[in-house]
Design a protein around this ligand. Structure first.
Ligand SMILES: *Cc1c(COP(=O)(O)O)cnc(C)c1O
Length: 365
């Protein structure tokens, strides 16, 4: 008997996640150096300095298991969000919270509704449990088509994701549409609002999803320390859920799923308001610069509420930028072969990307 016959069919059918390659590896392959990576929506300003300082003090304690209840971080975050501490569920990245949701809610025959293109982890966690993805195309403007998503809900739907702002398009839905949508849904499904990029959103009518955690049973809002706080490498994110759902997610997680260093760094980063302001300020300037310059080159750019832009640069751009030492995210896997997703960098990185795109547009090498 072959090993593959022992593997559960829905696991066998999984496609491996395609991560951006490490810079060192790409440079080796291409024989280049000094490349820039604008591919994974990481903080271009590095991590929060307060987080680094706190980490340095805690290195000597890594022989100890983490605090399985994340006591200090939980208390601080609960106060910040105005959510009772018991309603917070921490994970090794928000990715783990997604996975916990799937584990707790989904099995063969169950359906999970989400928009597409959207976050690449949704299909992975759904299929990982042998459940069925129901993908609802974004509307003409590449915004979540909330009425169509509501219409896709049926008696098999256990879970629905809303990614706001949406990755990889950067688009966001406003409060009016969001509130109407949430109010229209039946009660017997879990709604998970993925707010990984909430701190970058600028539109004044950005929805208050946390208010729905208080109002609607079975609602969870997910956030991460990976993006705004620059802690992607430590792996920490969380969900703020209605109390009953939070309780089940807690039971399903591993007792030490969040590592000690991540807990310490996240708690310190929460207090680093100056860093958050620097990151958001730099992001706004970078977004405006990239949008203006790319449009100037005749490239379609979607309005972004996040720390990246989706740009219709034409097929083959990803590979040509690579040759130039600029790493962006190809979008072919999302059904957008003529688009790339570009993370906002520091000014020199953004300028380098624009120059490379200009050379490509002008037919140079
Ligand atoms: C980055 C991201 C996450 C989670 O990131 P973690 O590093 O796992 O915390 C979740 N949702 C979206 C849409 C993201 O882009």
């Amino acid at each position: 008997m072959a090993l593959r016959d022992l593997i559960k069919p829905h696991v066998r059918a999984l496609e491996p996640y395609q991560p951006g390659k490490p810079i060192e590896e790409l440079e080796r392959e291409l024989g280049i150096s000094g490349s820039v990576k604008l591919a994974s929506n990481e903080s271009p300003l590095g991590p929060s300095p307060k987080a680094i300082a706190a980490l340095q003090k805690s290195f000597a304690n890594i022989h100890r298991y983490p605090d399985g209840a994340s006591f200090a971080l939980r208390r601080k975050l609960a106060e910040r969000l105005g959510v009772p501490g018991e309603q917070l569920v921490f994970g090794a990245g928000a990715d783990e919270v997604l996975e916990l949701l799937a584990k707790v809610l989904l099995g063969p025959g169950d359906e999970c509704v989400y928009a597409w293109p959207s976050f690449a982890m949704y299909p992975i966690v759904v299929q990982g449990m042998g459940a069925t993805s129901v993908r609802v195309p974004l509307d003409r403007d590449y915004v979540h088509d909330l009425p169509a998503m509501a219409a896709a809900v049926n008696e098999r739907t256990k879970l629905l994701f809303v990614c706001n702002p949406n990755n990889p398009t950067g688009t966001a839905v406003g409060a009016e549409a969001f509130d109407a949508f949430m109010g229209s849904l039946p009660e017997d499904l879990v709604v998970a609002v993925d707010e990984a990029y909430v701190d970058f959103a600028r539109r004044p009518d950005f929805p208050d999803a946390l208010a729905w955690v208080r109002r609607r049973p079975g609602t969870i809002v997910m956030r991460t320390f990976s993006k705004i706080f620059g802690l992607a490498g430590l792996r920490i994110g969380y969900g703020a859920a209605d109390p009953e759902l939070a309780d089940y997610l807690q039971r399903a997680r591993h007792p030490f799923n969040v590592n000690r260093l991540a807990e310490v760094a996240a708690a310190a980063a929460l207090d680093d308001r100056e860093f958050v302001e620097r990151v958001t300020g730099s992001n706004v300037r970078g977004l405006d610069y990239l949008s203006r310059e790319l449009r100037g080159l005749g490239i379609q750019v979607w309005p972004s509420e996040a720390n990246f832009v989706l740009a219709r640069t034409g097929a083959g751009t990803y590979e040509r930028l690579l040759q130039d030492g600029v790493i962006v995210r190809p979008m072919a896997g999302f059904g957008l072969p003529d688009c790339v997703r570009i993370s906002v960098g520091v000014p020199e990185e953004n300028e380098r990307l624009v120059k490379a795109l200009r050379r490509i547009r002008e037919g140079g090498a």
